[in-house]
Ligand binder design. Sequence first.
Ligand code: NAD
Ligand code: DAU
Length: 361
Amino acid sequence: MRTYLVTGGAGFIGSNYIHYMLRKYGDAIRIINVDALTYAGNLENLKDIENLPNYTFVRANICDKEAISRIFAENDIDRVVHFAAESHVDRSIKNPEVFVQTNVLGTAVMLNCARAAWEREDGTYPEGKKFLHVSTDEVYGSLPDDENAFFYETTPYDPHSPYSASKASSDMLVKAYMDTYHFPANITNCSNNYGPYQFPEKLIPLIINNALQGKKLPVYGDGKNVRDWLFVEDHAKAIDMVQEQGKLFETYNIGGHNEKQNIEIIHIILETLQEMLPEGDPRKAYINEDLITYVEDRKGHDRRYAIAPDKIKADIGWYPETMFKDGIKKTIAWFFEHEEWMKNVTSGDYQKYYDDMYGDK
Ligand code: NAD
Ligand code: DAU
């Protein structure tokens, strides 16, 4: 049975990935989820699978060398999928240090521990040991407002925010391990994800949640910054395909071919909410454009991101399957069905879940 060590599996993309993998492979795989449960880690995301015999949760910080090397010593890990990170740009502008700590030093610890566990005396690695570093398109910087300009795997790194600088540094460390130790890894650089379980500090869940409550919808700057949105399940599938079919040591860009200005996204959400709420729902009366409020721009705000996912399509056959109009409906439907989840997250109650569930374990 193949064993996966997933870091950051209690976060947004990590929990979607764990669900995807257990749906796809069932009990043919074992997953160990290592997560520190920061404000972004939520074990409620994994409630439905927490008792499966082939799933284990370990609360640990990826910067904690002893804890991470113990996990490698006690388990024969075949695959590492490394999601754990501080992920929010606005938080990185306010408090950059924790981004360097987790994203750079934490990645160094993960690489060191995996190498120590896997490398043979002659510098080779057993077949099938693979480390996948989950990264972002933000490392490439910002594109001009030109619909023919894209990020490619060969685009030079040019990060602007403390978040993207920390992710760029972590990518460089992985590249250094591959070059220096022939360490068996891949890097994936993905565009903006949206979907179930996303923390409502990010644009799409924040707008859905605020609109449903009749709160203002804050738009940074002129609202014309462009992001390339990808449904999170498509990302989970791409990660699995890269580990199974990709060439080791390669970088793959993953993107939605779905570039939209932030203001367009907000209009689509407002229209879709109107369409999906049942007749007579009182919220229909206040969900409209009057909620939109232009606010001060983000410092160093990147103008446009757009990925050309040509290499991953050509080498592996992956492409973004979910059209935005369908993905956003699925996302909104999920939020309708999980009002309790949103309440717990916004009130902070979700952080009590660990204590209730695991006590002092
Ligand atoms: P998230 O913030 O929702 O989740 C991060 C998870 O990591 C949380 O569960 C948190 O508790 C955990 N974590 C944080 N610090 C930790 C530490 N020191 N030790 C152990 N666990 C820790 O993030 P996300 O949006 O799911 O992003 C996951 C990864 O994907 C990140 O590496 C991010 O850079 C990358 N990424 C995200 C997007 C996106 O649109 N969200 C796009 C491309 C790449
Ligand atoms: O591109 C991939 C990246 O996408 C990931 O690496 C990051 O982890 C992830 O957080 C995301 O970064 P962004 O900064 O692009 O996402 P965010 O949802 O914070 O913002 C999307 C756009 O919306 C951005 O141009 C800023 C704008 N925005 C955001 C918020 C939260 C607003 O206008 N208003 C808001 O309230």
